[in-house]
Write a protein that binds this ligand. Structure first.
Ligand code: CUK
Length: 651
């Protein structure tokens, strides 16, 4: 314990006494012995969903570095679906078949892997509406939209002038925009577009970050990058928006602010603080609409799945508009916030902004109404790059004292409480917005990152459960080699005291999650694609229309699948070196009857075709032979007979 303590103390630069108290309070969460979280019948029945019954809620957990979203039922914690977004997915062919490959196109080429941190449900009137889920790709900056009727990725927008798209996505309360903020600032070449060449010594003058305003079509959800704000070269971490009175505002935490300003600009008193950036997004949109925006060349892809053809198209975009904060008075302000703030979370009333400073010993809660007053009274303490900095005390509502070690993220219930994760002391801490007193703490395993309360970031949290996503699993499950399964815990927050209900394993690595009552999503779920609405140019809607056509060295095979055969199932006339494209239409018009299609030796070897849809595999056979193909998804008693042959003759 002693050496751990001194290591932590050194790392945090925190008084030992405070640290000792907190560690004692939270010891249960650190020593791996909190297995005795009362597994009573009571707890078991709270999460038990009998066979054949449905869960109460959907939860959508990010997959972190696996680039996917996984869907779990709550309270059971059962895995319902994996949705590939920034990944190729062998289960259904996403990113392998010809229809979805364009989804993963970027200005850097085909990038089929990314780091996905933040799912956010689309909103109407400040509440999740269950239509779409927006997610970010950090590494090669992208924002994707998942359609919750089909649980598939239907759109990906690459983000120019960004590096590490981490404070993203934030959908505004009425679905006007999805905002995406850069993590790293990089040298931007405003003349030529894109990244410029600069040494790190020129950081202050040449490096900038960006916040992207992606317009969302109210009817069909289509995204369109409207404009960006080019912001000072800090590192930007997380974003969250206001609601109610603060509806027009969005807040971004920043760190490494030293790089962007001189000490004089930052002010001696603020050395131990970074900033919470407050941006009036509505005013920004107004400035952009009124012609305050400049235009610069850019290079970024917009990839979209067409609803009728079910084919993705990539469009290269060549321009982007941008605003400069120094030219847009009233649009952006900075609030000093304790060192290295991570999460920023706004309470359901929209009055309080909580900053989770991972190296801070308290949780500062800022007041939106005080911020409004401070703007009126010009209660500023200098500026950075022309952006006014508030006096800390002028906008502070108060601080939650000694909440625990390493606060990362906060969510809210419907009774005026905040719940914050403590990464270092491994606990969830419940505190009251009213008096900022800690009400309860619960040890969790180990080093929690984000937490989610269903609707906990909306104006009316659902407030019955809390899911905390843990960074380290160590010893909770059977060992599986050097890496263990990732994990989450479900906590009952309906009473005064939090109650641990369930551990459940998750796909790697859950950062944030969203959850929503099942009845907002389930009724809209598509059961199959209607064959007569399939507008894929190579769709075949009846077995009598199948065809094999050759054009030069390209052979197109327009074929069908239905229980339990393919048509045609005996294909001849292919030669070594031909480009063969199988366009397979699944003729089934029934729920949950996909057919698989696999060809021996094809490099994108397999795909899975949903009922009513058409999907295509491209294959260039390199050797003569008779190649079997077959259905990979067990579909009927005669599934094993669902097969065929392609004869490839020497050229
Ligand atoms: S971040 Cu992962 S724990 Cu990328 Cu939202 Cu805070």
């Amino acid at each position: 314990m002693k050496s751990t303590q001194s290591k932590l103390t050194a790392w945090l630069g925190m008084p030992l006494a405070f640290l000792a108290v907190t560690i004692l309070q939270s010891c249960g969460g650190n020593d791996g012995n909190n297995k005795n979280n009362a597994v009573s019948d009571d707890v078991a029945s709270a999460v038990y969903v009998p066979p054949g019954e449905h869960d109460e809620l959907y939860s959508f957990l990010s997959g972190g570095f696996n680039g996917q979203v996984s869907v779990y039922g709550l309270p059971s914690g059962r895995l319902l679906k994996v949705i590939p977004v920034f990944s190729q997915f062998p289960e259904n062919g996403y990113g392998y078949n010809e229809e979805t490959k364009p989804m993963l196109m970027t200005s850097h080429g085909f990038v089929p892997w990314d780091d996905l941190h933040h799912p956010k449900l689309s909103r109407a009137d400040g509440m999740a509406d269950g239509r779409w889920l927006f997610v970010n790709g950090n590494n090669t900056p992208r924002v994707a939209r998942i359609d919750l009727r089909t649980f598939e990725t239907v759109e990906i927008m690459e983000i120019p002038n960004s590096a590490g798209n981490h404070c993203s996505p934030y959908p505004t309360n009425n679905g006007e925009y999805v905002l995406a903020g850069t993590r790293f600032s990089v040298p931007l070449d405003l003349e030529k577009g894109g990244m410029g060449d600069a040494s790190l010594d020129e950081y202050k003058d040449k490096f900038r970050g960006s916040i992207s305003f992606i317009k969302v079509d109210k009817e069909n959800g289509d995204m369109d990058l409207d404009f960006q704000i080019l912001v000072p070269g800090f590192d930007y971490d997380l974003a969250n928006g206001g609601k109610g009175p603060s509806n027009d505002w969005v807040f971004f935490t920043t760190y490494n602010t030293e790089k962007a300003g001189t000490l004089k600009e930052l002010g001696a008193s603020q050395n131990d603080k970074d900033y919470l950036a407050a941006i009036n997004w509505k005013l920004a949109a107004k400035y952009a609409a009124e012609g305050k925006a400049h235009e610069m060349p850019a290079n970024y892809y917009h990839n979209k799945l067409d609803h009728g053809t079910h084919q993705a198209k990539s469009t290269l975009k060549k321009k982007v508009r941008y605003l400069l904060p120094e030219e847009c008075p009233g649009m952006m302000y900075l609030i000093p916030a304790p060192k290295s703030p991570h999460g920023i979370d706004v309470d359901p009333t929209g009055e309080y902004m909580v900053v989770n400073g991972k190296l801070a010993s308290s949780l500062p809660v800022f007041s939106f109404s005080k911020m409004q007053k401070a703007i009126e009274n010009k209660d500023f303490d200098g500026e950075v790059n022309g952006i006014p900095v508030f006096k800390y005390e002028a906008v502070l509502h108060g601080e939650v004292k000694e909440p625990g070690l390493g606060p990362l993220h906060t969510e809210f219930d419907n009774k005026g409480n905040g719940y914050s994760t403590m990464f270092v002391s491994s606990e969830v801490v419940k505190w009251s917005l009213k008096d900022l007193q800690v009400k309860d703490r619960l040890p969790v395993y180990y080093s929690p990152g984000h937490l989610v309360i269903p609707g906990g970031d909306t104006r009316e949290p659902y407030g019955k459960y809390l899911v905390v996503m843990n960074k380290i699993t160590k010893d909770r499950y059977l060992p599986t080699g050097p890496e263990l399964v990732h994990s989450a815990q479900l906590i009952d927050i309906s009473g005064d005291k939090m109650r641990m209900l369930l551990d459940f394993p998750t796909l790697a690595e859950p950062h944030y999650a969203q959850a929503i009552p099942a009845d907002k999503v389930a009724p809209n779920s598509v059961k199959f694609h209607k064959l007569d609405e399939n507008r894929h140019p190579d769709a075949v809607k009846s077995e009598k229309d199948v065809s094999v056509t050759r054009q030069g060295k390209t052979v197109k095979i327009n074929m069908t699948s239905i229980r339990s055969h393919f048509a045609p199932d005996n294909i001849e006339g292919i030669q070594v070196g031909d480009t063969v494209i199988f366009h397979v239409t699944n003729l089934e018009q029934d729920w949950d009857v996909p057919h698989g299609f696999a060809v021996m030796g094809a490099n994108n070897a397999e795909t899975l075709i949903m009922p009513g849809a058409t999907q295509s595999l491209r294959w260039v056979p390199k050797q003569a032979g008779v190649y079997p193909f077959y259905c990979t998804d067990f579909c009927s008693a005669l599934h094993q007979e669902m097969q065929g042959y392609v004869r490839v003759s020497p050229r």
